[in-house]
Design a protein around this ligand. Structure first.
Ligand SMILES: [Zn+2]
Length: 301
């Protein structure tokens, strides 16, 4: 089946056309409003007609109605149903999927988690996102709120978190928080990359900040192991690009503190910035397969 993945990002939109698992075409365009997106997609596709598309939403999304609650980066999406609007413009059935969920779905099924049926995907960025993918589907929980690993309390330190809480994992390892923690210890501040560079150069304050971060991530891995017991944890995002300062010492801390736990294998994310587009295409295929037989047979190529 030919499926189109649209990763509708804050500044760039990624378009990916797949035939089964084979890539037919990909392109990156500037992000524009929805009407313009339909034109961008049409010119990307040319004569190629997908059977279905998936589009990511950077924000809150009702998974049943496909209506966006709030998108901080793309405010024109608030209250709209982007998949329905694009579907009308393109004449192709489509589905919307939350962006983090799309990336997790792709990493778990065709990325680093391929071959494993029970995967927890963590994205270490400015915020910390998590998703449990079991049996090929994201487990959202009863209220769509499962997987919020960034807001596990992992430290007695009292740093305020974006969620309103204190001491969350995000406050010790969130991309912008690392620089703040370094400043508090007398460092120069800056991005996560700056903190890692300083640690590599021997800066003791930066090393202490990253040790706190790894300790926090280790506690989160232990909690994950106790509550979810995944076979594999896939870790991606900018902060994970320095695994020797983050993921590897986190695992060492988790092993040192483990009692009854069976720690999961941990692997780096494999799909990079195209994970969201792949996940959108997967969601499109899943939705097409779930449609009634008469509709889906008409949609197959
Ligand atoms: Zn929090």
């Amino acid at each position: 089946m030919r499926a189109l993945g649209i990763d509708y990002g804050g500044t760039h939109t990624k378009l990916l056309l797949l035939e089964g698992e084979r890539e037919v075409a990909r392109d990156t365009v500037d992000t524009v409003r929805l009407e313009g997106l339909a034109d961008q997609v049409s010119s990307f596709l040319g004569d190629a007609r997908p059977a279905a598309f998936g589009v990511t939403v950077a924000g809150t999304l009702d998974p049943v109605s496909g209506v966006v609650g709030r998108s901080a980066n793309l405010p024109w999406l608030d209250g709209t149903a982007p998949a329905r609007l694009l579907s009308q413009a393109l004449g192709v059935p489509g589905v919307a999927v939350q962006d983090g969920e799309a990336a997790a779905l792709a990493e778990a099924r065709i990325g680093a988690g391929r071959g494993s049926d029970d995967v927890f995907v963590i994205a270490l960025g400015t915020g910390i996102a998590g998703a449990h993918v079991s049996g090929g589907a994201v487990r959202r929980g009863a209220h769509g709120a499962a997987g919020e690993i960034g807001h596990l309390r992992v430290t007695a330190a009292d740093h305020a978190c974006s969620c309103g809480g204190r001491g969350c994992l995000e406050t010790v390892i969130g991309g912008s928080q690392l620089g703040a923690r370094w400043s508090e210890r007398g460092g120069a501040g800056g991005t996560a990359r700056d903190v890692v560079a300083a640690a590599r150069a021997g800066d003791e304050a930066a090393r202490a900040v990253l040790d706190d971060a790894a300790r926090g991530l280790g506690r989160a891995l232990l909690a994950l192991s106790a509550l979810v017991d995944p076979a594999l944890v896939v870790v991606g995002g900018g902060v994970a690009r320095a695994p020797e300062w983050t993921v590897e010492p986190a695992l060492a801390h988790a092993r040192a503190e483990a009692t009854f736990h069976t720690l999961p294998d941990v692997a780096p994310a494999a799909l990079g910035v195209w994970a969201g587009a792949h996940g959108a295409a997967l969601a499109a295929r899943d939705a097409a397969a779930a449609r009634p037989a008469d509709a889906s047979s008409a949609a197959r190529t």
